[in-house]
Structures are given as structure tokens and as C-alpha cells.
Design a protein around this ligand. Structure first.
Ligand SMILES: Nc1nc2c(ncn2[C@@H]2O[C@H](COP(=O)(O)OP(=O)(O)OP(=O)(O)O)[C@@H](O)[C@H]2O)c(=O)[nH]1
Ligand SMILES: [Zn+2]
Length: 358
């Protein structure tokens, strides 16, 4: 007799256990990385809260059943997690970050300013037209790597472009660690194409020049969910992401979208490691040059020039790496360092001129 066991088998494609819905804290972006910094008892007495808004007067923090304001501290930024001391909020404990975007302030001391913490994914947006610029994309990818945030390159306005293939090829050649997608931001595509990075508990941000479609994409993220629930009026969800201060907005799905003007002004300072990651193949090659301080120009035993002559590396990419690295060094140098550099440069010129006179 053959028995029919089919009724006892899990149907193909379905998981045997229903997935547990994320907890309120997980929806806010709470991860094992944070819980590992503390213990159950501490969590019970000082509950975790996330900074969702930064104002001059204080930080708005959200937790499981908590929505309050704590005094501003110089050490915190939007996206940060605190263990909230409810009796004395100023004594709340800041948890270590998974990632951090920073920039140098304008002015004399050019102190570092924190832009956003614990962002998981940054969408680097450009369009399939004249805005597309490999050097700029490399620079944004370097910033993301430096901040420990996963970069994803989005090429918008695909609908206005005859052939997206060359753009995709160029963007994909930047780093094999970066996913690249081409899309029409105004269509229904963003919901699908961004879905895997915009799951509950994830925090995302957008980088890119003006007019490339960042707001259109953010709108799409909100409208998809809004359309699903049909609960929010059009003009309400418009207002959700127009802001002038640092803020996290949560889609009804529980994905946090960072909206901060500072992201647009990120400069190329203190990103030496990020640049080295983008150009890791060239960095490895340079490590094989005979001299540690090889400028890859006329030095003997230069592995970079050898590879270039053998056609193993791209001359344009090499030039972009050197330019980006030089720009980074210049930006990162303090005013004093720049002045010292100029002084020694002028001194050199003077010596040369004096020698010529003789
Ligand atoms: N056809 C088409 N138009 C797009 C696409 N993405 C954006 N646009 C249009 O391009 C214009 C600029 O888009 P925004 O979303 O405002 O660009 P942004 O990057 O937010 O610009 P800023 O707010 O200045 O930083 C708008 O008119 C959009 O409708 C796209 O993929 N296809
Ligand atoms: Zn060299």
C-alpha cells in the first residue's frame, strides 16, 4: 500500500514557521549590535530610545511606548540610540554606532560635525544624463564606505534615456561591492527596486545633486505604503519629508528615511580609508612599488606604471584616484598645514629663482 503523505508536507515555497512580526524597537532600527552593548537588567531600568529629531532645544527620542525630548548634547545626532535615564534624561547613555556620517564645519577650527548615525543604506542618486559623472559617484561611494554605510547607486530618468547600458556599465565598474539600478523614479519601479533595502527596521538616506530625483524617490517610498493602507491624504504625506532640520521619517512599513540638508553638503574630508576602499586594486598595486612614497611618475620599480603600460589598469581611473586622494588630503589638512605647505613651496620657488640668477 502506498500512503499519501502530501498533506503532512509543507507546501513548496512556504516557510514552516510564520515570520515573527518585528517588535516596536526593531521597527525603530534596534539591532543585536546595540543590545550586545548592554544587558537585560540595564534595558529594563534604562529603556533604549532612538533620536529621531534634532532641535536646538533638545532631541526627540522614540522607544517602545516612549516619545519624549531629552536635553541636547554635543555628542549625539539623528539616528543615535540612548539608554534613557527617565529620572535624569541628561544622564542617558549613548550607545556605540554602527555607522556615522560626518563633515567638517566651516570656519577656523573646522571641527567635525556629526550628520547622521546608524544609517544602513545610502542611495547615491544620479540620472542617466549630463549629471552622470563617474568621479562624483566614486566620491560618494568613498564617503559611504568611510561612514560604514552600504552604498547603492540609483540611476534615475531611465525613461528619458535611449540606452542605459553604458551608464550601468560605468557605474558598475566603480566597485564590485556596490549594487547599481537604473529606474524611472516617477513610475511604480522604486517600490520594487528599493524594496530589499527598505525593510522594517532599516534606515536609509539619499545623496546626490539637485534635480536628480531624490525627493521623487522618497515620495515613492511613502506613497507605496500610503497607497497600500489608503489612510493618508496626499497633502499629508507631502509634508512628511519636507523639513529643514535633521529628522528621521518612518514609512508605515517601518523603514526610517533620513532627511537632513547636511547630507547634501558632505565634503571630502577625513575619507582616506573610504577612498582606499573604492580604489583597493590600485592601492594594492601601489603597495608593490619599490619606494614607499612612490608618486608613480618617474620612479624606478613602479608597479602602477608597469600595470598601466601593460594595459592592466585604466589611465582615467588612475587619474581620478590620484585627484580624489589629493583633494581629500587638501580638505583634511588644517589651515596651518596648508600654510606650511605653501610656505615650503614658495621657498622652493625662491631657491630656484636665486639659483637661476647666479
Ligand atoms: N522622467 C523622469 N523624471 C524624473 C525622474 N526622477 C525625477 N524626475 C523629475 O526631475 C525633477 C527633479 O526631481 P526631484 O525629485 O525634485 O530631485 P531632487 O534630487 O530631490 O532635487 P533637490 O530637491 O533639488 O535636491 C522633477 O521634476 C521630477 O519629476 C525620472 O526617473 N524620470
Ligand atoms: Zn609607483
Amino acid at each position: 500500500m502506498t500512503r499519501d503523505y502530501s498533506k503532512f508536507l509543507t507546501p513548496a515555497g512556504s516557510s514552516p514557521l510564520p515570520k515573527r512580526a518585528p517588535s516596536p524597537l526593531q521597527m525603530l532600527g534596534w539591532k543585536p549590535f546595540f543590545s550586545q552593548q548592554t544587558d537585560v537588567d540595564t534595558l529594563a531600568t534604562t529603556p533604549p530610545v532612538r533620536v529621531t529629531e534634532v532641535h536646538r532645544s533638545g532631541l526627540r527620542v522614540l522607544g517602545d511606548g516612549i516619545d519624549t525630548t531629552i536635553p541636547p548634547g554635543p555628542e549625539a545626532t539623528v539616528g543615535d540610540w540612548f539608554l534613557l535615564d527617565q529620572t535624569n534624561p541628561a544622564n542617558s547613555i549613548l550607545l556605540d554606532r554602527i555607522s556615522l556620517f560626518e563633515r567638517r564645519a566651516a570656519g577656523h577650527d573646522r571641527k567635525r560635525q556629526m550628520i547622521a548615525a546608524n544609517v544602513d543604506t545610502v542611495f547615491i542618486v544620479t540620472s542617466c544624463n549630463r549629471d552622470f559623472n563617474v568621479a562624483r559617484l566614486e566620491r560618494f561611494v568613498a564617503l559611504a564606505f568611510e561612514a560604514q554605510v552600504t552604498p547603492v547607486i540609483l540611476l534615475t530618468k531611465a525613461d528619458l534615456c535611449d540606452d542605459t547600458a553604458p551608464y550601468l556599465d560605468d557605474a558598475r565598474a566603480i566597485s564590485n561591492r556596490v549594487v547599481v539600478e537604473a529606474l524611472n523614479a516617477k513610475s511604480s519601479e522604486p517600490a520594487d527596486k528599493l524594496a530589499s533595502w527598505c525593510t522594517p527596521g532599516q534606515t536609509v538616506a539619499f545623496l546626490g545633486s539637485s534635480g536628480v530625483g531624490k525627493s521623487t524617490l522618497v515620495n515613492a517610498l511613502f506613497q507605496r505604503s500610503v497607497a497600500d493602507t489608503g489612510a493618508v491624504r496626499e497633502d499629508d504625506n507631502r509634508g512628511r519629508h519636507t523639513t529643514t532640520h535633521r529628522q528621521l521619517h518612518f514609512t508605515p512599513d517601518g523603514c526610517a528615511v533620513l532627511d537632513t540638508p547636511g547630507m547634501r553638503e558632505l565634503q571630502l574630508t577625513d575619507v582616506e580609508d573610504g577612498i582606499a576602499e573604492v580604489f583597493d586594486d590600485l592601492v594594492t598595486l601601489a603597495g608593490r612599488c619599490r619606494f614607499n612614497d612612490c608618486a608613480h611618475e618617474t620612479e624606478p620599480g613602479c608597479a602602477v606604471r608597469k600595470a598601466l603600460e601593460a594595459g592592466e589598469i585604466d589611465a582615467d581611473r588612475l587619474a581620478r584616484w590620484r585627484k580624489l586622494a589629493a583633494e581629500e588630503r587638501f580638505n583634511t589638512a588644517t589651515l596651518a598645514q596648508r600654510k606650511a605647505h605653501e610656505k615650503s613651496f614658495h621657498k622652493k620657488i625662491k631657491t630656484v629663482q636665486q639659483k637661476k640668477k647666479r
